[in-house]
Design a protein around this ligand. Structure first.
Ligand code: IMP
Length: 181
């Protein structure tokens, strides 16, 4: 049997069972709000891909998906204040019920920018679902409709979130102690 690598430096913040329950709860809220209408989920790459995959499978509504990628950070973990679309959506969102699916709301720069861009493309409805929220770090206000967990001001990895492309595959959300959030 393959041995698991030790992860002593990581502190578990949210276990996969807690996350699973929360995603289920968010799906029920979304179903309640959209009354059986079709939904279009826009996943912000790459961190939100696991959250998207789980949320998608929980939703008992007709659902389509698309992906968008942005670069919002300068070097390391400090925000540069600049947000740029590096991969745009494949399809128009005009007239659709859109939910932007994001892994974590930190300074708010990314979602503030994307929300404005996507709103200008005339969706029928535009909502935001973020699994994690670090309110202490907010620089720009963002109208978030569905939030999984409010978390402290720490750098977290796992469940899609990375540090230098590592740790995305961890099933739990963990604090990476040596990194300044
Ligand atoms: P914002 O624009 O500052 O809100 O940052 C949003 C993006 O920063 C997220 O989509 C993540 O990619 C990244 N990010 C922010 N905080 C963390 C963290 O604690 N761990 C990993 N990535 C983070």
């Amino acid at each position: 049997m393959a041995r698991k690598r030790p992860r002593e430096h990581l502190k578990v913040l949210l276990r996969k069972s807690q996350i699973r329950r929360k995603v289920r709860h968010l799906a029920r809220q979304i179903e309640h709000d959209f009354h059986g209408e079709p939904l279009h989920l826009v996943c912000i790459l790459k961190g939100a891909c696991i959250f998207l995959a789980d949320l998608l499978r929980e939703l008992e509504l007709p659902v389509s998906v698309d992906f968008i990628a942005v670069s919002s950070y300068g070097k390391g973990s400090l925000p540069s204040g600049e947000v740029r679309i590096t991969k745009d959506l494949d399809h128009s969102i005009e007239g659709l019920n859109v939910i932007i699916v994001e892994d974590i709301l930190d300074t708010g720069l990314t979602l503030n920018y994307l929300y404005r861009i996507l709103q200008s493309r005339k969706p029928k409805a535009l909502k935001i679902a973020a699994l994690l929220d670090k309110p202490a770090r907010r620089l720009k206000e963002v109208p978030v409709d569905y939030i999984g967990f409010k978390i402290p001001d720490a750098f977290v990895v796992g469940y899609g979130l990375d540090y230098g492309e590592r740790y995305r595959n961890l099933p739990d959300v963990c604090i990476l102690p040596a990194v300044e959030a």
